[in-house]
Design a protein around this ligand. Structure first.
Ligand SMILES: NC(=O)c1ccc[n+]([C@@H]2O[C@H](COP(=O)([O-])OP(=O)(O)OC[C@H]3O[C@@H](n4cnc5c(N)ncnc54)[C@H](O)[C@@H]3O)[C@@H](O)[C@H]2O)c1
Length: 413
């Protein structure tokens, strides 16, 4: 059973999942509504970069075990990994329901449908099961296996992270567990549909709330004049403390989005709402401190060089990046130029690193890509000040005679 699979949605999650199943010996059909994506894949190209993805793709191509297509194949099992953007504090199920609709003609008695997309906790019971029942599909083996892999380490984490599988029945959950054990090398825990969804949302909420706490500590440090980075390092020496790192806000497809699903479904989510607000306000806070720097050095119209646009280091993922709202605020007052070695800029102009360093009076280091560790700021006396939001710039990189180095939450602004 379940020797052939069709993965619906070949994005950051669906494509690696499809290729891992293909590498484990399954025949995997990949269906995507995007003609461009399928054309690219058929031509042997990948739509995005991810360590290890190319190797998996080459292997699958050689074996003929991965078949990308714009049409759905008839298989034992469907895995859905389509987007679930957040609207009005709920997961927007438009793409999920479209995917399910297109599966209706293929659903037989034994068909397994695994939803990997992130959803609000009650969505399976409140929307997805009723949707299937509307089409007379009462006995579908429905499961929710929320994906928790991180961009930049997706292939490793998909195999080595433990998984939670929620099933409509415990038999369905066990079937999904057997299926995923074909490539997952960690524990797979089975539960019901709502608990699996809540678990995923709780994990990301935990991260968001803790980042908000770190951001609040950074603001308090600026207020009370101590260095938050040193204080966090020292506090984390306590065996039961693990304070996260502050920064320009929270980005990505999960942490900045998923906490809203609790807010949308429960009035009890008060701390979560507050934390979202604190993180979303960080670009405003950072922009205010950039203005303080400009004022301090009498820079009436400085060029602000922004280093990094991705929401985290060493990845090309700029979805929900807090750097975009930060730039929008800064651009009301200043000329801004931005560099990111990974991001494929669509709506913005990026600039070569060397050019940015030569032109800027103020540098804001927003993303701690490893490549920025090699910058020798001593070669650019035009740079009056650096505002490091990630505690990434070392003193040895800067000649303090020409360039002042400030950090978010260092208590000096
Ligand atoms: N990217 C991550 O790091 C990550 C991590 C964990 C969970 N998730 C969740 O996984 C889900 C997928 O995210 P992603 O990052 O892979 O999205 P993505 O945007 O990279 O890819 C989604 C793909 O689905 C396709 N698609 C849309 N509607 C379709 C339909 N009806 N039929 C077939 N294909 C369709 C799109 O063309 C696109 O190629 C989301 O719910 C997301 O929240 C993402």
């Amino acid at each position: 059973m379940d020797s052939s699979i069709c993965v619906i949605g070949l994005g950051y999650i669906g494509l690696p999942t499809a290729l891992l199943f293909a590498a484990s010996g399954k025949i995997v059909h990949g269906f995507d509504v995007s003609q461009d994506k399928i054309k690219l894949l058929k031509a042997g190209k990948l739509p995005f970069a991810e360590p290890g993805l190319r190797e998996l793709y080459i292997k699958a191509k050689k074996n003929g075990s991965f078949i990308p297509s714009n049409t759905i194949a008839s298989t034992d099992c469907y895995i859905i990994a389509v987007p679930t953007p957040q609207t009005n504090h709920a997961a927007d199920l438009t793409y999920v329901l479209q995917a399910l609709q297109s599966l209706i003609p293929f659903i037989r008695k034994s068909t397994l449908i695994v939803l990997e997309s992130t959803i609000s906790p009650s969505d399976c019971d409140s929307h997805i099961i009723p949707f299937l029942e509307k089409y007379g599909k009462f006995n579908v083996a429905l499961a929710h296996c929320p994906e928790r892999a991180i961009p930049g380490n997706t292939i490793h984490e998909m195999q080595y992270n433990s998984r939670v599988v929620g099933g409509k029945t415990s038999e369905v959950a066990e079937r999904v567990k057997r299926l995923y054990l074909s490539f997952v090398k960690a524990d797979i825990h089975t539960t019901n549909l709502i608990t699996a969804a809540a678990c995923k949302v709780m994990e990301n909420t935990y991260r968001d709330v803790n980042i908000a706490l770190a951001n609040e500590f950074a603001k308090i440090a600026d207020d009370l004049k101590f260095n938050v980075w040193e204080a966090i390092t020292l506090a984390n020496l306590h065996p039961r403390v693990n304070i996260h790192q502050p920064g320009p806000g929270v980005g990505g497809h999960c942490i900045a989005v998923d906490p809203w699903y609790f807010v949308g479904e429960s009035k009890q989510a008060r701390l979560i709402t507050k934390a979202r607000g604190i993180n979303d306000d960080m670009p405003e806070y950072v922009a205010h401190h950039v203005s303080k720097i400009a004022k301090k050095y009498h820079l009436s119209s400085p060029i602000i060089g922004v280093l990094g646009y991705a929401y985290k280091k060493n990845v090309d993922d700029a979805r929900e990046t807090p750097i975009e709202p930060l730039l929008k605020i800064l651009e009301k007052k200043y000329s801004c130029i931005v560099h990111d070695p990974y991001v494929d800029f669509k709506s913005r102009q990026s600039i070569e690193l060397e050019q940015l360093l030569n032109k800027s009076q103020v540098i804001v280091l927003t993303t701690n890509h490893d490549i920025y560790k090699n910058i020798d700021f001593r070669n650019y006396p035009n740079i009056i000040a650096i505002y490091d939001l990630r505690n990434a710039v070392r003193n040895s990189q800067v000649n303090k005679t020409f360039t002042a180095l400030y950090k978010l939450g260092d208590g000096r602004l």
